[in-house]
Design a protein around this ligand. Structure first.
Ligand SMILES: [Zn+2]
Length: 387
């Protein structure tokens, strides 16, 4: 058997162990803001990587689990990045409410698709190659623990950028798609708040004195939503609203949170200016408006080299009889933004395949766990030939 065949045969003979690892991860409660679960995920992954000969660095934060940087081989040479996140979008207690289960070839549970299946593939592909006696290529694994809230609690984006320099290519094991495609481009996301400050009054006794913050905001929402232009690849959503106290008082305060998705990074400053222009206009005299940034995600840039990497993945799929992945543009952000901004060719969505992530209906195709582990092992062998 050659190296690839040995790696594939390791996958075939370790299906139960792979599912066990997947289950173990889904059972760990690493939802948003659950720091101890993020730490537990980190310890589990670090233990496996250490056994595979990686040296581990940890960057710690107050409110989320550590970011792990695991390296094997010389980082002076062009190295391969394998990356992912260990957190989920769910709240504390979700794995108890909805434990890992498999039914009719589909796996369920919090983060089963996004992206604990992907982390399982990442670790299993390395292990399969190791067991096949192959560990020649320098590789860096980056796993963070607060991707879902867009790194509210960490400096992971800067860290990923810094750790990416000198890399030959990167694979992010995000949520895979049932059409088998791999993501070569992702939209960026700018989340911001708009607050309107008006003046309250009793609408029975003193109606002329009111300055309705809600009415002012209503005008602003309509203008902000008009900025959507799908033909230019951007769209905005006023997603939440709060304001007012009782029906018989003019509302003195209103706040919305918006999410702007954009394809081209150069659009962001223009869109930001347009939002500020809308917010500087006043429809209800006497009200004041403030715009402030919340979290955001950069765009995963469509580097021409992403397509070269995709061709390599397509060849690996063709040679082994796997479904051939097409290129995908995805509206959701990911950490692949931070490798591409450093010019590192990147493919994203290399994880297990499924649908409905970020909801309780999230599911993943169990068979894709094994197929995509083999596929990644085959891709890594091909990448190594090009290094
Ligand atoms: Zn994800």
């Amino acid at each position: 058997m050659n190296t690839k065949e040995k790696a594939f045969s390791w996958v075939d003979s370790h299906r139960d162990e792979m599912v066990d690892l997947w289950k173990q991860m889904v059972t760990i409660d690493s939802g948003i803001g659950v720091k101890e679960g993020g730490m537990e995920m980190g310890n589990l992954c670090a233990g496996i990587l250490e056994r595979l000969g990686f040296s581990i660095r940890r960057v710690s934060y107050e409110k989320c689990g550590d970011t792990l940087i695991a390296e094997r081989g010389s980082m002076d040479k062009p190295f391969v990045i394998l990356m992912g996140h260990m957190d989920t979008v769910f709240f504390k207690g979700e794995p108890l409410r909805r434990p890992f289960t498999i039914k009719d070839g589909k796996a369920y549970g919090p983060g089963v698709l996004d992206m604990k299946g992907g982390v399982t593939i990442l670790l299993s592909a390395l292990q399969a190659l190791e067991e096949a006696g192959y560990r020649d290529f320098p590789v860096k694994v980056i796993l963070d623990a607060d991707e879902e809230p867009a790194h509210m609690y960490s400096d992971a984006p800067e860290l990923i950028r810094k750790e990416s320099r000198g890399a030959a290519c990167a694979f992010n094991f995000e949520t895979g798609f049932t059409d088998h495609g791999l993501v070569v481009q992702r939209k960026g996301c700018w989340r911001f708040f708009v607050e309107v400050f008006g003046r309250g009054c009793h609408v029975g006794n003193d109606p002329e004195n009111g300055r309705s913050a809600i009415l002012e905001m209503a005008h602003k929402i309509i203008e902000i939503e008009k900025l959507t232009d799908f033909s230019k690849g951007y769209n905005v959503n006023a997603g939440t609203i709060e304001g007012g106290t009782v029906a018989n008082a003019a509302p003195a305060y209103c706040k919305i949170e918006c999410d702007f998705r954009y394809t081209h990074p150069e659009d962001l400053p223009v869109l930001r200016k347009k939002v500020e222009e809308v917010c500087s206009r006043t429809w209800v005299p006497g009200t004041k408006t403030k715009v402030s940034d919340n979290v955001g995600f950069g765009t995963m840039q469509k580097l021409p080299e992403n397509m070269d990497l995709l061709r390599l993945a397509q060849q690996a799929a063709e040679e082994n009889g796997f479904p051939v992945p097409g290129p995908k543009l995805c509206g959701g952000g990911s950490d692949a933004a931070y490798t591409t901004v450093e010019g590192v060719p990147t493919l994203c969505a290399a994880g297990v395949e499924g649908a409905r992530n970020h909801t309780v209906e999230e599911w993943a195709d169990v068979e894709s766990l094994f197929r995509r582990t083999k596929q990644m092992a085959a891709i890594l062998l091909k990448v190594e030939e090009t290094l």
